[in-house]
Design a protein around this ligand. Structure first.
Ligand SMILES: Cc1cc2nc3c(=O)[nH]c(=O)nc-3n(C[C@H](O)[C@H](O)[C@H](O)COP(=O)(O)O)c2cc1C
Length: 201
């Protein structure tokens, strides 16, 4: 059985949802796993460590319909510092919106990157409502799919799964708006302020 390198590509890795998904994966996986969070300073170290792994699982969030820059920069370094034996790359991506299909473009970007750089492509799990679902009873739906992902990677299969909260878009929108308005209020920020560019400052 191979060994799986789990790479967290979230820009806020220590506090990220991706970290929780990575932990869920490690628990569900029959093979040995090792977790790394991508930072600005450890690209080379991760590239060197990759030699000892049969598989890499990229765990990251959707950012602006694409791959977060933290992961993008790492992939650039990896392209210049490829391991001698290229591992199979699988993906566990989560996004804030309800629809897991929002992640399609980011997954396509990674498929292309792997094709162009000679990495075999493995399996994919696309999670919608990724920051909300973990704190709801629907968490068990994610866990079931994460188990399938782990089994597919261990078996060397290429499959894709999608999972999200089984609620209507209207209900999701209402619940998430209520959540963010309340979140803003706790931090002294109104809904109107949140709708401006000044929120970035
Ligand atoms: C800068 C930024 C851009 C984002 N862009 C999208 C997006 O385009 N579509 C989406 O569904 N969620 C988007 N999200 C939501 C994240 O994908 C979501 O919060 C995710 O759970 C974060 O995962 P992490 O905690 O592992 O970083 C964005 C979040 C941030 C902070």
């Amino acid at each position: 059985m191979g060994k799986i390198m789990i790479l967290n590509g979230s820009p806020r890795a220590p506090k990220s949802n991706s970290k929780q998904y990575a932990e869920m994966f490690s628990k569900a996986c029959a093979a040995e796993t090792e977790y790394f969070a991508v930072t600005k300073t450890n690209h080379q170290a991760i590239c060197h460590a990759m030699d000892g792994f049969s598989d890499v699982l990229l765990v990251f969030p959707l950012y602006a319909d694409g791959i977060p820059v933290t992961l993008m920069r790492f992939l650039d370094t990896l392209a210049q510092n490829a391991p001698s034996r290229k591992p199979r790359v699988s993906v566990l991506i989560n996004c804030g919106f309800l629809e897991p299909e929002q992640n399609n473009i980011a997954v396509a970007m990674l498929r292309l990157h792997c094709k162009e750089n000679g990495y075999p492509f493995g399996s994919v799990l696309q999670i919608g409502s990724g920051e909300a679902i973990l704190s709801t009873p629907f968490r068990i739906l994610v866990r079931a799919k994460v188990k399938k992902l782990a089994a597919a990677i261990v078996a060397g299969q290429s499959q894709t799964w999608k999972v999200t909260m089984p609620i209507s878009k209207g209900m999701f929108l209402k619940a998430s708006t209520r959540y963010w308005v309340h979140y803003g209020k706790r931090n002294g920020i109104t809904k109107e302020q949140m709708a401006t560019m000044q929120i970035e400052q």
